[in-house]
Structure formats: C-alpha cells, structure tokens
Design a protein around this ligand. Structure first.
Ligand SMILES: Nc1ncnc2c1ncn2[C@@H]1O[C@H](COP(=O)(O)OP(=O)(O)OP(=O)(O)O)[C@@H](O)[C@H]1O
Length: 639
C-alpha cells in the first residue's frame, strides 16, 4: 500500500471544480462537526461496508466479479511518519465517472433539501447536519488532503481522485495493479493526530462499527524482538465482531450495540426511542430489527414519497431499500432491517409488490411496530409524548389506511379535549372513556381549523354545559382521518358538527320536556327564517347544542363536513353541493329580536342573513359577499 499518494499529483491529472453545492456542504460539515470529529470514521467505514454489500449483490448475477481479492473486508492502517490514515475496502469500487459524480457533486436528494432548508434560514448544528448523513465529506474534518484510488469490480482501469477540499479536485490514472475496490488516503491535520493512534482507532471501531457485517482489520501491534534486529512482517487482525448485528442473539447484545447500529442505519446522531428484534421461524423464516426514532428527520415531510428506512436482506445479503413494500405508509417513521431466508435472491421490486410472502412479512412487521408503540405508551409515557410530537400526525393516517388494525391505531392516538388547557394532544380514547359522564354512551369529537377555533366553537356549548368532554381535532389531517372514525371499544365516535345530537340521553326528563317546548314555541320563528334564507340552507331548526351563541351550522350525519368542503375547495377540487342546516338558540337576544319583528320582510331578511353569516364565520368559513355582510351589519347597528 503506497502512503505517499496524497503528496504527488501525476502530470496527466485533470482538474475539475467542485459543484458549488459541494463547497457549501464541505464548509458546513467542517464547521458544525468540528467538536464531533469521531464520526468521520463511522461514515467512511459505513461507505466501505456499503461498497462490499453492493459487490456481493452484483455478484449474485455475475459471480466472477468476486474472482480476485479474497474475503470482503475493510482494512484501516495508520502511518504516523507520513501522517496518513488509509481505509481500504475490496468492495464494488468506482469507475472514473463514478469518482467524479459521487465525490464531486451533491447527488443525494436529502442533502439537497438540507441545503435548501438552511438557505431558508435554519440554524445548523451537529444534530441537524447529522440527520442527512454527512458521508464522505466528513473525512475533511480530520484531513487536509484526501486521495481516493479505486478500481471498479470487473474493470481493468483504476483511477485516483485527489482534493484538498479547496474547491477543486483532480483525477488521474492509477497503476494497473491497483486491487479491486477503494482505498482512501487521508493526510491527517495536525489537530487531529489522535486518529493516527492505534488505540484510538480500535476504540472508535468498537464503539461505532462493531456491528458492521464485514471484518474491519487493523495491523497487529508488533512486539519488538529481543535484540531488535528482526521485525516480523505486520499482520492484519479483525477488530470488530464482523457479523451482521441482527443475526446475533439478543442476549449477546447490549443497549449500546443496538443504539450504535441504529445510528449506522439512520445516520441519526440521537438515540432511538425503542427497538424490537425478532426471529420468526415456521412457514416463513425471517429476522427483523425495527427502531422507532426519537425525532423526525428534518426533511421527513418533504420526503414522504421516498420511503427509505427499511433495508431488505435476503440470506444476509443486502438487496434493496424496501420500506414501500414491507411497511405501510403510516409507519414510515420506523427504521430497520428485515432479513428473509425464503425470498429468492433475484427478487425485483415488482416481484416484491406481488408476493404473498412479502404481504405476510409486512403484516408481521406492522404488528411488531404497533406492539412496540403500545409498549412505549404503557411503560414510558414521556417517550410516547416525544414519539407523538414527532410522528403522531403520520400515525393518524393509519386509521384510514389500515382497516385491519384500525382499533389498535385508534388506541394509540392522542387528543386535545375540552378539558385540556393547551393544544397539546395527550388524551387517549381509553382515558376519555375512563372519565365519561354517567349517562354518556358515545365519544364526541369536533374538527376545526386550529385549536382556538375548536375550543371556542359554539357547537360545544351545550355539551360543555352538561359536563361532557369533547375531543378537539384541530390538525389539518384530522378531518380526513375522522371520516373513518366509527367506533372504538364498542362506543360510537360522533362528530358534534354532524347530524342531530341526542342530548336527551345525557340529561334529565325535565331537560327533554323543556327542549320540546322550546322547539314548539319557536316554530313560527323557524318558518320565518327558512323563508328568508331560502336556498342557502337545507333546513332551520332549534338547537340543543347552544347556550351562549345565537346560531350554528351543521351538516347531516352523512354529508361532508363544512371544514372538509373548504379543504377540498382550497385544493381546487369540485365539492358535491351540500347545504348546511342552521340551528338556532331561541333564548339568544338576537334571535329574540328577529322573532319580535312584525311584517317588515326586509328587516327579517337582514337579521336572518346576519345570523347565518355569523354562524358561518364561527365555523371558520368565509362569506360569499363580505361587503354585503358589513353593509347589513351596519344597517342594523345604526338603524
Ligand atoms: N468506499 C466506497 N466504495 C465505493 N463507492 C463509494 C465509497 N465511498 C463512497 N462511495 C460512493 O460515493 C457516494 C457518495 O458517498 P457519501 O458518503 O458522500 O454519500 P452516501 O453514502 O450516498 O450518502 P449517506 O452518507 O447519506 O448514506 C456513495 O453513494 C457511493 O456511491
């Protein structure tokens, strides 16, 4: 192994400028990870291990790719005299074009989004930068010059890429006898000399890369011979476990092992919240190791279509990222590996899509993740809050997506309610049921645009007055999801903005009688309003929902909620026409005022329209003709 590769540039070298983005990434990486230097080794070993996995995969179709080069392995050698640290793998290697493309551009879409997000003023720290995987460029934290010599498996050309991280790199041919794979030569900075120490490197490998599935080898310390004359040739020894972590027995693994493996998989700097490691034997044989992260990656929402995070192995060979095929979308926060003994090694994405075996594995993995979430919710409520804050909105999609597990997903949901004093979602349906009022049979909820609109909603008044708790669903996704709320634990889930609410069951006979009496007494008023509002409403009726407000708008049990209609309209989609029902509170002073008007149709029309429009505004809706509303209100105020 030549260690002077960093110092000489061959005459036939070609110089290229880094893509502008690369310089930005380099600067960021070097600055924000200055006090986190250790991670560079983990990143480079991880790349080397990926390269070995890729070769093993390609060799399935082309076994002769493995012909030379012996056992797949990663060798780390430090030379203190030349200040060079070298990392060599005999994996897939890179062609000239690949060296230029992979090491000279920012191809990774996550990195791109990361750059966009910081351009938008985001603060950058090690935590944040760690989330997109700094990869190869992290080598510049400890090196002031890097040479990468590589030969692609199956090719007889080899090339060397060189850079000082100063805006350009060069590329030149490497000797023909360059072995297959990639060697990185790092010329180590003065302030990073520790990384040339054998003990330091060994300790880093054990801490961060013990679980890598290929041997990581270092030189055996040489014991000086007595007379100092004969120095035995240095020998390599394996310093890591060198077996894929998930293939090892649970009893053999510590929490730290699991955490280190998670960081390797996810490039997350933070620990995972929990994990589940299982071996299934029987009709199907597979091992899975699944993690729930403690926070969302910075681009989690932007990346919703790129479902990465679950690696599929078949008989210990990495095949592909298969989150899309193996986990339902609402569990896309989970990270991990699944290793099947039964799937064919030449499996394609299409085949995965249609495979009944995969369908069964998917079912089993779904169950594992739900089990894990239940366990966190039960045993570690504080961690569950963290999980919910990061991924609750995604989990909610499960109510729609996973009919088979709907009850389990509902159990995992958390809500704000009329008894919460903040928008935080902390109450489960079980908590709600546990404190239901004596005669209450159903679970009540309300959807609205935001927490304030929800908690001050007129439709809550009568329920509040009767001491009945209502779940307040105030997130954007809630209206869609609640369309699939039917039942939980044998209790109906009822939208308080829909249909008629039968409060009779909740109140006394006396209340019921009063209600009927009020309805009868208000019949002429109801007719008057109906006539005045015409097509704008489907019906007018006396409400049993209201205490302080004059009126509210509701829809029939099976009509689309007004909130949902607005979301559709905002998305430019045609909305099936559905007229709301105006419910009035005959006890309210404004309503009494209309009742008292005699014979003045124009005045009744003004009042009726105003009552309707107020109800529309309280609903979070917009008015067709705001100027007319203002004119009308002013007429009534002044007149
Ligand atoms: N030792 C290696 N052998 C072969 N190819 C490599 C090696 N190291 C890096 N590469 C190639 O260079 C690319 C860029 O590497 P880099 O570490 O910057 O990002 P990445 O590994 O793709 O992303 P991430 O670090 O987020 O997983 C890799 O995708 C890979 O194709």
């Amino acid at each position: 192994m030549s260690t002077d590769a960093t110092t000489e540039t061959a005459p036939q070298a070609e110089t290229h400028a880094f893509q502008a983005d690369v310089q930005q990434v380099l600067k960021l990486v070097i600055h924000s990870l200055y006090s986190n230097k250790d991670i560079f080794l983990r990143e480079l070993v991880s790349n080397a291990s990926d390269a070995c996995e890729k070769l093993r995969f390609e060799a399935l179709a082309q076994p002769d790719l493995l012909a030379d080069g012996g056992e797949l392995a990663i060798d780390i050698v430090a030379d203190r005299d030349s200040r060079t640290l070298s990392l060599r793998d005999n994996g897939i290697g890179m062609s000239r074009d690949e060296l230029i493309r992979n090491l000279g551009t920012v191809a990774h879409s996550g990195t791109r989004r990361f750059l966009e997000s910081i351009a938008a003023g985001e603060k950058v720290d090690a935590q944040l930068i760690g989330q997109f995987g700094v990869g190869f460029y992290s080598a510049f934290i400890v090196a002031d010059e890097i040479a990468v010599t590589s030969r692609r498996a199956g090719s007889d050309e080899a090339w060397t890429w060189r850079s000082k991280g100063d805006g350009q790199f060069s590329i030149e041919p490497a000797p023909a006898d360059t072995p297959r794979g990639t060697t990185l030569y790092l010329h180590v900075r003065e302030d990073a000399e520790d990384y040339l120490q054998d003990w330091k490197l060994r300790s880093l490998v054990r801490t961060y890369s013990d679980h890598v599935g290929f041997p990581i080898r270092m030189l055996k310390p040489v014991a000086k011979t007595e007379d100092d004359t004969e120095t035995p040739a240095p020998e390599l020894e394996t310093v890591n476990q060198a077996s894929a972590l998930w293939t090892r027995a649970k009893t053999e693994l510590s929490d730290d092992d699991y955490k280190a493996f998670y960081k390797h998989l996810s490039h997350d700097f933070a620990d995972p919240l929990a994990w589940t490691h299982n071996r299934v034997e029987g009709n199907q044989n597979f091992t899975s190791l699944l993690y729930v992260p403690g926070h969302a990656p910075f681009d989690f929402q932007a990346g919703r279509d790129e479902r990465k995070g679950l690696k599929l192995y078949i008989k210990r060979i990495f095949i592909m990222d298969a989150a899309e095929q193996m986990l339902p979308a609402y569990l896309r926060f989970a990270r991990g590996v699944v290793d099947s003994d039964d799937l064919p090694l030449n499996v394609s994405r299409e085949l995965l899509q249609e495979s009944r075996q995969v369908e069964r594995i998917k079912g089993a993995l779904t169950k594992r993740v739900l089990d894990l979430l239940e366990k966190i919710a039960r045993d570690e409520p504080e961690n569950y809050v963290k999980f919910w804050e990061a991924f609750g909105a995604v989990l909610k999609e499960g109510v729609v997506e996973d009919t088979a597990n709907r009850e389990r997903v509902l159990k995992l949901l958390r809500f704000a309610t009329t008894r919460s004093d903040s928008a935080d979602q902390r109450i489960s349906l079980d908590d709600y049921i546990g404190r239901m009022a004596g005669l209450q049979e159903d679970i009540y909820y309300l959807t609205a645009d935001g927490w304030n609109a929800a908690r001050h909603h007129p439709k809550l008044e009568a329920l509040k007055a009767r001491g009945i708790e209502v779940l307040l669903l105030h997130e954007r996704i809630d209206d869609w999801v609640s369309g699939y709320f039917h039942e939980y634990a044998g209790k109906r889930l009822r939208n308080v903005a829909k249909g008629e609410i039968d409060l009779d069951k909740l109140g006394s006979e006396e209340d019921k009688a009063k209600q009927e009496e009020a309805a009868q007494a208000a019949a002429p008023l109801v007719d008057k309003l109906k006539a005045a509002l015409g097509e704008r409403v489907k019906d007018v009726r006396v409400s049993n929902r209201l205490v302080d407000s004059a009126a509210c708008l509701v829809v029939d049990e099976y009509d689309m909620s007004l909130h949902m209609q607005r979301l559709f309209a905002a998305a430019g989609q045609a909305v099936p026409p559905s007229q709301p029902i105006l419910e009035i509170n005959p006890g309210h002073a404004l309503v009494k005022r209309v009742e008292a008007v005699d014979g003045n149709d124009a005045l009744v029309a003004d009042y009726a329209a105003l009552i309707f429009e107020q109800a529309m505004l309280a609903e979070g809706g917009t008015l067709d003709d705001p100027a007319a509303f203002i004119a009308r209100m002013n007429r009534l105020l002044v007149g």
